[in-house]
Design a protein around this ligand. Structure first.
Ligand SMILES: [Zn+2]
Ligand SMILES: [Zn+2]
Length: 147
């Protein structure tokens, strides 16, 4: 349980770099993601079973060789993080959160990725890894206020 929770937080935090690597460079994910960029409000994306299979392949199998209980915890954490990512991404595109809320800021950040420059703001729920890797795109208003 604790291992799963810890992994969920780590999975959530690194989602931006996965977005950049997997969705923008690796087929067939690149094709699904391009369809999302062309029509952000359409229900398109990688089939959930494909994502689940990849979690099993990258989380369960390597840890199962060490200890099955760790593999279970890591896999549950990864699936929880993946589910949270999908939920937040859906909410960003379809909900209208109140201005100033975390979801509102995430929505603005993701809109920059979609409509201004798809080479940045890869993180959906957090900008942490975009800040770490220098891929954060600031809003035009932030630039004008800073200068
Ligand atoms: Zn999107
Ligand atoms: Zn993208």
């Amino acid at each position: 349980m604790a291992a799963g929770g810890t992994r969920a937080i780590g999975d959530d935090a690194s989602e931006g770099q996965k977005h950049r690597l997997i969705y923008h460079h690796i087929l067939p994910f690149k094709r699904y993601h391009e369809a999302h960029h062309e029509n952000p409000r359409a229900y398109v994306g990688a089939p959930p079973l494909l994502g689940t299979f990849l979690v099993f392949l990258t989380s369960f199998i390597p840890f199962a060789m060490v200890a099955p209980i760790i593999a279970n915890g890591v896999s549950v954490g990864m699936l929880a993080g993946y589910t949270l990512y999908m939920f937040i991404h859906y909410a960003i595109h379809f909900w209208e959160p109140p201005p100033g809320s975390l979801l509102y800021r995430a929505r603005l950040r993701h809109a920059m990725h979609h409509y201004r420059d798809n080479r940045g703001n890869f993180g959906v729920s957090t900008s942490f890894w975009d800040r770490v890797f220098g891929t954060r795109i600031q809003r035009v208003m932030e630039h004008s206020l800073a200068s």
